[in-house]
Design a protein around this ligand. Structure first.
Ligand code: MV4
Length: 584
């Protein structure tokens, strides 16, 4: 099977192939020659090119690889060719199986108006509105007067919220329609618009379905994807919180009806808006979605394996009655984006170290390892962190634990934004709507850059110290960061510490051992000065005591001689490298 994709979803599908004994064929752009999906696949072929258009969207190059490799099926993942009927038809004509729905189903669901009509014919309501195209602002006014304000003007052939205008009162209607039409024309080449009631605090709840070619269509539970920003989902979960089971059953039934009405086969997702106990059809996504793992975690079903089964003509391996949904699953998308101050700026770059969290109920679907690079040319999703637990509170606590454990030395990521979301009382209460992240969540002070791991990388050096505790003497071993004992070592005469692994800026060169210029090894407070100017001292004699890191540290003479200078008094705070005493 050829995987016409890259990153984490290609890795996900390649892993399923391995488990099923199917030979996997990866394709790659010039930038992805050494990427994780290429390393994991059984075979890999170059597409050439750098940008998506030159590589993963290059139909001819992919058709060539299909011929060369002898691939019998193509999994498109999401994005790229996943909803492209020309591509699906082209490979089908070659006798190659497209792992996805029939092109006719993709087409019906491809625009908002035909999908809305299809849903309506299947007995599933969208948000109350019109299916006729608007010809003037007066029709918007009439609709608002009849059904109430606000209303939404939507571009029939739009997507992702583009071409949508919210109208709060009659006097805004004409300008809003013109602006929606012009944005739609620019973005999609067509300006047809229609009007709906605007829901002011809906939740985005979507239903997973899968169908085989034997007439079986089942639903596998919902996902709540309300935590999103500018139509980019940040956190997804299953089941939806505060979602009564009778609504779930009705929504599942509605999703199956929509899928059956368009002759659907394979995995798909029916999206709904949910507000005040009512749900409304929004659209259908005719592909495997990014957030499919939360459904897998609560159902125990391998959606990719089932996609391959039904694409090869076999029946689903389970019936609706076999499906039981257990526990709670949450997914966090880890993107190379800097969420600082709520801006979510793309931040591609090399990943020095990536160590995902581990432990009970934890799954990491990644597209990169340590040493890989996130390119500016493709989606910047690094991977998806998914947890499962018996209940939602435990799943939230587990996800917060995992986010805290995540080691990522590389570009800034969305992890701190996810932490802010999961730790928020509104999220914990499950009361967040699709507008909550943008309107309510405060990301002030959130930084995409994790604390530099550098501090942990300073090599530790073993030192032996004698201490007295309540009068009893103990010989204690200390494992001290090498850079903090430079001068103590000189004073103690036990040899110089090894160099640090990572060089850090220092404020001037430290005095050399035996120079008689006594510098403090670390920031602290001088609690005792044992000597005065003019005193004769011997090498190793304790000159003063520095309190630092909650410990008293003796500062010793590094040579015998006479004290000529004392630059501190008791109680003074000193910084690392400060020369406090001079011996001549
Ligand atoms: C709406 C809506 C409220 N009322 N329609 C945005 C993109 C799209 N495909 C549909 N969208 C919406 N349609 C009515 N009548 C609110 C949204 C919406 C939204 C929907 C799903 C997920 C996230 C969203 C974020 C903002 C607005």
């Amino acid at each position: 099977m050829l995987i016409a994709n890259r990153g984490e979803i290609a890795v996900r599908v390649i892993r399923a192939c391995k488990e099923l004994g199917v030979t996997s064929v990866a394709v790659y752009s010039d930038l992805d020659r050494d990427s994780l999906h290429v390393r994991l696949a059984d075979e890999a072929y170059a597409l050439g090119g750098t940008t998506a258009a030159e590589s993963y969207l290059n139909t001819e190059a992919i058709l060539d690889v299909i011929r060369q490799s002898g691939a019998e099926a193509v999994h498109p993942g999401y994005g790229f060719f996943s909803e492209n009927t020309d591509f699906a038809r082209a490979i089908t004509e070659m006798g190659v199986t497209f792992i996805g729905p029939p092109p006719e189903a993709i087409e019906v669901m491809g625009d908002k108006v035909s999908s809305r009509i299809a849903a309506q014919e299947a007995g599933v309501q969208g948000v109350p509105g019109t299916t006729e195209f608007l010809s003037s602002g007066d029709e918007v006014v009439a609709f608002g007067e009849e059904f109430g304000w606000p209303v939404a003007i939507k571009a029939a052939y739009g997507g992702g919220g583009r071409g949508m205008r919210v109208v709060h009162a009659a006097d805004e209607a004409h300008a809003a329609l013109e602006s929606a039409q012009s944005e739609a024309l620019k973005g999609f080449g067509r300006d047809e618009c229609y009007v709906e009631r605007y829901l002011t605090w809906p939740r985005h709840v979507e239903m997973q379905v899968i169908a085989d070619t034997h007439g079986n269509t089942v639903w596998i539970g919902e996902r709540d994807c309300s935590a999103q920003r500018r139509h980019q989902k940040l956190v997804e979960e299953s089941p939806a919180p505060n979602f009564p089971d009778e609504i779930r059953q009705a929504m599942g039934q509605a999703a199956v009806q929509v899928a059956e009405a368009c002759g659907y086969v394979n995995a798909g997702t029916v999206e709904f808006l949910y507000q005040e106990g009512e749900f409304y059809f929004l659209e259908m996504n005719t592909r495997l979605q990014v957030e499919h793992p939360v459904t897998e975690m609560v159902s125990g079903i391998d959606l990719v394996a089932e996609q391959l089964r039904v694409a090869s003509g076999e029946p689903l391996s389970f019936s609706q009655a076999d499906i039981s949904l257990r526990g709670h699953s949450i997914e966090v998308r880890v993107n190379a984006e800097d969420p600082a101050e709520g801006k979510f700026l793309p931040s591609p770059g090399p990943i020095a170290t990536l160590v995902p969290p581990q432990g009970n109920g934890v799954r990491w679907d990644g597209g990169y390892d340590s040493g890989d690079e996130v390119s500016q040319y493709y989606d910047n999703l690094i991977g998806k962190l998914v947890v499962w637990a018996h209940d939602r509170d435990t799943a939230i606590a587990r996800m917060l634990r995992c986010l805290d454990e995540f080691v990522l030395d590389g570009p800034p990521t969305t992890i701190p934004a996810a932490e802010a979301i999961l730790a928020h009382d509104d999220f914990k209460a499950g009361e967040h709507s699709t507008k909550w992240v943008e309107d309510t969540l405060d990301l002030t002070g959130v930084r995409g850059t994790p604390a530099p791991a550098g501090d942990d990388e300073v090599e530790k050096v073993e030192r032996s110290v004698d201490v007295e505790v309540n009068g009893k003497r103990f010989a204690v071993k200390l494992f001290v960061p090498a850079d903090q004992i430079a001068v103590a070592a000189a004073g103690g005469g036990k040899g110089l510490p090894k160099a640090r692994k990572r060089s850090k800026g220092t404020s001037g060169a430290a005095p050399t051992a035996g120079s008689g210029r006594i510098a403090v090894p670390m920031q602290g407070t001088v609690v005792k000065v044992n000597v005065a100017v003019g005193d004769e001292v011997t090498e190793g004699q304790v000159l003063c005591v520095l309190e630092a890191m909650k410990m008293e540290n003796n500062i010793a003479a590094d040579k015998a001689g006479t004290i000529t200078e004392i630059n501190v008094e008791e109680g003074a705070s000193v910084g690392s490298g400060d020369v406090i005493i001079v011996i001549e």
